[in-house]
Structure formats: C-alpha cells, structure tokens
Design a protein around this ligand. Structure first.
Ligand SMILES: NC(=O)c1ccc[n+]([C@@H]2O[C@H](COP(=O)([O-])OP(=O)(O)OC[C@H]3O[C@@H](n4cnc5c(N)ncnc54)[C@H](OP(=O)(O)O)[C@@H]3O)[C@@H](O)[C@H]2O)c1
Length: 336
C-alpha cells in the first residue's frame, strides 16, 4: 500500500512510499482510510519533541483516521465489511479509569497511524462513524473533539449557565466552544487574532480576549466574570501560563490540563493554587465509551466539525505546514 513514512525526525524526512498492506489478526479490522485529520501531537511526533525515545522508524504517522472496513480477522462481531469506522487514540482504553500503559497502544506512535491507504484497528477500539458525517468530518473527532468533550463533561461536569475558558482557536478549542455552547455554558475564548475572536462568537462564544494585546489575559477574564473567574478552564497552552490559568479560574474551580503549546515544563506558584483551592487534572483524551456518548450528543445537537482546509494525500507535507502556521479548527488530509 501507499503510505507516508517518517524515516527520521523532521518534516523533510516524511516521505511517500510503499509498505506491505497489513493483514488483520483475530479481532482486528482492516480499514481503507478515507481521511485523516492532523493534531498538534502529530506535528510534535514528526518534529521529535513528543516522547522521541518511543518513536519507531519508519513510522506511519497521524493517529486520527476514518474509513471503511474492507477485511476482518477471526471472531470479529461488532463490525462487518462496509461499515464506516474511526480510530480511537488510546486503543485499549475502552471504559472506566485508564490503565498504567495506555500510551503504549496509541495510533500514530508507537502503533502505525492512518496516513496510508489502510490501517489496522481492533474491533473493540473502533468507533462507528456518525451516519451524517463524511470521513473528512469524522476524522476530526478522535482526539480534538473527544478531548474537549471529556474535559467538559466527564471531568468538568459542566452545567448550563457555568463559564468555561477555552484557549486559542485550534482543533481542541473550536470543538470546546461548540460543545460547551451546546451544553448551555458561557464560553470565553483567548486568541492571538481579533478576527478569530469574532469568528468564535458565531459559534456561540460570549466573549474573547486577545492574549497578545492583553498578556495579562487572566485579569480581563476576571473582569468578564465579576471578579470570580471561570468554573472550568481548558488549558491547551501549558508552560508558565498555567499560573495565569489558576488566577483566571474561580475558587474551587477546575483546570483541565490538556496541552503544552508553549512548553512541557512549568514553574508553579503554589500559594495561588492553595488559596484558590484549584483542581488541576491532566487529560489524556478519553476512553472509547466517552467517544460513543459524544457522538450521540453531536448527532442530537447537529454539531458539524469546523475544517479550515482539506488537502490531497500527496500534499500531506503542506497540511503539516498549515497546522504549524495555525488553523481555525481542523486541517484534514483526504486519503481516498
Ligand atoms: N492531552 C490530550 O489529551 C490532548 C488532546 C489534544 C490536544 N492536546 C494538546 O493540546 C494542545 C492543542 O492541540 P490542538 O491540536 O488543538 O492544536 P492546534 O490545532 O495546533 O491549535 C493551536 C492553536 O493554539 C493557540 N495557542 C497557541 N499558543 C497559545 C497561547 N499561548 N495561549 C492561548 N492559545 C494559544 C493558537 O490559537 P490562536 O491562533 O487563536 O491564537 C493556535 O492556533 C497541544 O499541545 C496538543 O498536544 C492534548
């Protein structure tokens, strides 16, 4: 099959080539990929700053894929040929608490990803693609939408009327705006772009703060929340900004620590954390059961993924470059 193969770190070392088409073992599906979507994780893996010691080479990158079942291994019962399915990043985390070694079973690293004509997905981890969604749309769900959903619902237990702060206007954050709005929350967004702050209001956000114009953006958030801070903050920026996130969150509020866009290390001021009694929870996507519940919600509320651009399979490198520049929502690659 045709596949993009990462031979060494760096986008220049991602090359279109040929590799044997995998054969499904017992319980596995062979999925003909229709589309994949890119996440910051994929870029970080390609560039060598996401657990580089765990990256096999060559690697078929990109975790999030949607397509059609074209062959099944022995004993498969959840799906049949022709069914449309999507990958689920933490492929063995089906329900409940995560096990200690979930990252060892993630697609796109260390398991082969979806930037190829075919991909193996175990039937237990495959998720049925919503009927109303194309493969391009469905490919945006496994990490970006599900991380936002899990942070808002399973962890945040967000209630109508509560306030949520969402950082930036990338993949996770745009889904967070759409989902939190549909859940009845008031969403405040930070962005480096005034145009993007206007655009998120059309998706339901009630207010925006430009974090370039207002480097002390947490003070603006306090002004917007009567000095209290938000109930739940989805932190995708990471780094030293976590200290600002604590100040922007209400006393006894919650932070979902999702990302590390500005750094994987932080110097945490303990006194604001202690005085505000903040709960900070690391988020690593979600179990598949949460994905199933999210898809029902997306269907019920007719939420469509925001895709800024879909690239051809041959133009995968352009898609990675687009992600690096920043996209409003998702960047997708059509595979077939
Ligand atoms: N733990 C998990 O389960 C999980 C799941 C998904 C993603 N993540 C992580 O979450 C982060 C975001 O992922 P993504 O795929 O959504 O990325 P993305 O689509 O590449 O989004 C990047 C956007 O983040 C915004 N941004 C950058 N620096 C910022 C800052 N200092 N403050 C506020 N916003 C900032 C920018 O928005 P503007 O252009 O509007 O400024 C930028 O366009 C990454 O670190 C990713 O690895 C983690």
């Amino acid at each position: 099959m045709k596949a993009w193969l990462l031979h060494d770190f760096g986008l220049d070392n991602l090359a279109l080539g040929e590799t044997p088409t995998p054969v499904p073992k017992a319980g596995e599906l062979l999925v003909k990929i229709g589309a994949v979507s890119l996440n910051f994780r994929d870029k970080a893996i390609v560039e060598g700053f996401y657990e580089p010691h765990l990256v096999p080479k060559p690697l078929i990158p990109v975790s999030d894929a949607s397509g059609t079942v074209v062959a099944v291994g022995d004993g498969v019962s959840r799906y049949k040929l022709g069914d449309r399915v999507s990958s689920h990043l933490y492929s063995r985390w089906i329900d409940g608490e995560p096990g200690p070694d979930e990252p060892a079973y993630c697609f796109g690293m260390p398991l082969p990803g979806g930037l190829a004509e075919y991909m193996i997905i175990h039937e237990d981890s495959a998720v049925r693609t919503p009927d109303k969604m194309s493969d391009e749309e469905a490919s945006t769900l496994p990490i970006a939408a599900l991380t936002a959903w899990y942070s808002l619902v399973d962890y945040g237990q967000i209630q109508p009327g509560q306030t949520v702060l969402v950082q930036g206007t990338g993949g996770v954050s745009i889904f967070a705006v759409q989902l939190a709005t549909a859940l009845g929350a008031k969403v405040i967004v930070t962005s480096s772009s005034d145009a993007n702050l206007e655009a998120v209001k059309k998706l339901g956000a009630v207010a925006g703060v430009n974090y370039r114009t207002f480097p002390r953006w947490e003070e603006e958030v306090l002004k917007l929340t009567d000095g209290k801070g938000v109930d739940l903050l989805l932190d995708v920026a990471g780094g030293e900004g976590l200290n600002q996130s604590i100040l922007a969150t209400k006393a006894a509020g919650k932070i979902a620590q999702i990302g590390f866009l500005t750094g994987q290390v932080t110097t945490l001021g303990l006194m604001p954390l202690i005085f505000r009694q903040t709960t900070i929870r690391g988020i690593a996507v979600a179990p598949r059961s949460s994905f199933d519940r999210m898809n029902a919600f997306l269907n019920e509320h007719q939420i469509s993924p925001v895709i800024e651009q879909a690239y051809a399979f041959e133009d995968a490198q352009l898609a990675f470059q687009h992600l690096a520049r920043g996209a409003f929502g998702k960047v997708v690659i059509k595979v077939s």
